[in-house]
Design a protein around this ligand. Structure first.
Ligand code: NAI
Ligand code: SOE
Length: 382
């Protein structure tokens, strides 16, 4: 029987969830909830979704809906996630899981008690060459002992003083911005690829624009470029645009991460490099169909995504032959396949990011904030 899903929030990422679910073929997007009836109906029409709810509580009360995707802004994650669990629906939450580690710890506990399937959209894990890199670092032991893990997550959509989004408001986004918003993906990704855990951090966080210009009207994510000066007002900013973070992993490996949301020309450049005793690996989210393999004792290689060349366990994450490129949308599709397959009983589970992973990222963010404030190394308190 077709599983029925409901989506709460249809700004940037909500429609990406809808598209990824539809590509599965065995799940129906049956309902959408937005802020108010008019917006809900307009979005339902635009996305061809049969039921529209102007209040998410009505979607949660709909007995047809078995799985709920929470695609709202950060400040609503904790409260809505809690209500989804109380309604005993399976849940796929957007990141961050909540605004604080106290909240995320509670959600991990509530999800366990509710006995429902819980997942979080750390989508970059599910790209074909990331899965291959994971196999190379773990089961296949191709990389050897990992010495160092380094890289960056760079964007330019907040480069200018008059770029605006709710992510700039701590009450809506959280005490950390660049690190929580995108650094969290990087930390999750390197831990997934290597199987190692970040245990200590030393951070230097910087607000490049301590004052920004906020539009007097609301602006959807990535849409803030056409406003006139009289539509803007000055606002003080106290979350980081930039961060340099030193990392220590549980194996003793070392690492470093740079995050910057004011890096001209870098759109969504999540870049990871892993230096092992046998070889090195490098992967760039903006060139997702290429994995660089660095060697001391032979020529370096550039592995192009091709299912026939991938580790057998990574093969099912690629859906097209070599040369037929796959990008950002394949991540959520593969994650949702793993989650919904588990829900319908056709997959074993254990192959998707859960609330525990969501909590772990918030614990790392807490340590990063504390380290930058106190100018010292801080242990991550999971
Ligand atoms: P957005 O601002 O574009 O969209 C948020 C949507 O939620 C809007 O349509 C808004 O009307 C709706 N909304 C707000 N309050 C609501 C309520 N009470 N009930 C129902 N709907 C409500 O934001 P965007 O960029 O889509 O981000 C949403 C979340 O997704 C964020 O937490 C963000 O961190 C995460 N995200 C994750 C990505 C990933 O790659 N995993 C990519 C982009 C966003
Ligand atoms: C904005 O920085 C954003 O949309 C993040 O919220 C996402 O999590 C990231 O994947 C892309 O950039």
């Amino acid at each position: 029987m077709t599983i029925k899903a409901g989506i709460i929030g249809t700004g940037f990422i909500g429609p990406a969830h809808v598209e990824a679910i539809r590509r599965l073929g065995f799940v129906e997007v049956a309902a959408v909830a937005e802020r108010g009836d008019d917006l809900a109906q307009a979005k339902a029409k635009q996305l061809s979704i049969p039921k529209a709810y102007g209040d998410y509580k009505k979607l949660l009360a709909d007995p047809d809906i078995q799985v709920v995707h929470n695609c709202t802004p950060n400040h609503l994650h904790f409260g809505i996630n809690k209500e989804i669990l109380a309604a005993k629906k399976h849940i796929i939450s957007e990141k961050p899981l909540a605004m604080t580690s106290v909240e995320s710890r509670e959600l991990v506990r509530l999800a366990k008690d509710a006995g429902v399937v819980n997942a979080i959209n750390f989508n970059y894990r599910y790209m074909p060459l990331v899965q291959h890199a994971h196999q190379m670092c773990t089961a296949a032991r191709d990389v050897g002992r990992i010495y160092a893990i380094h890289g960056s997550y760079l964007q330019d959509w907040l480069l200018l003083e008059n770029d605006w989004n709710w992510r700039l408001v701590p009450e809506l986004s959280g005490a950390s911005r660049a690190v929580a918003d995108v650094g969290s993906h990087w930390c999750d990704l390197v831990q997934f690829i290597t199987g190692l855990k970040i245990v200590r951090v030393m951070a230097d966080l910087v607000t490049i624009h301590p004052k920004r210009k906020r539009p007097k009207v609301e602006v959807e994510t990535y849409a803030g470029k056409v406003l006139r000066p009289e539509d803007l007002e000055d606002v003080a900013i106290n979350t980081e645009d930039y961060g340099s973070i030193l990392l220590e992993f549980d194996s003793g490996a070392h690492g470093s991460l740079t995050v910057n949301q004011c890096a001209a020309g870098r759109k969504n450049r999540l870049y990871v490099e892993i230096d092992g005793s046998k070889c090195a690996l490098a992967w760039d989210q903006e060139r997702p169909n290429e994995l660089w393999i660095g060697r001391r004792d032979g020529p370096n290689q550039l592995l192009l995504k091709d299912p026939s060349l991938l580790h057998p366990a990574a093969r099912e994450y690629a859906h097209y032959p070599g040369g037929h490129n796959e990008g950002y949308p394949v991540g959520p599709k593969n994650l949702f396949r793993n989650v919904y397959g588990f829900i319908e009983g056709t997959r074993p589970g254990g192959d998707f990011s859960t609330f525990q992973d969501g909590h772990n990222e918030i614990a790392i963010c807490d340590a990063v904030l504390k380290s930058s404030r106190e100018r010292k190394w801080v242990d991550v308190d999971y």
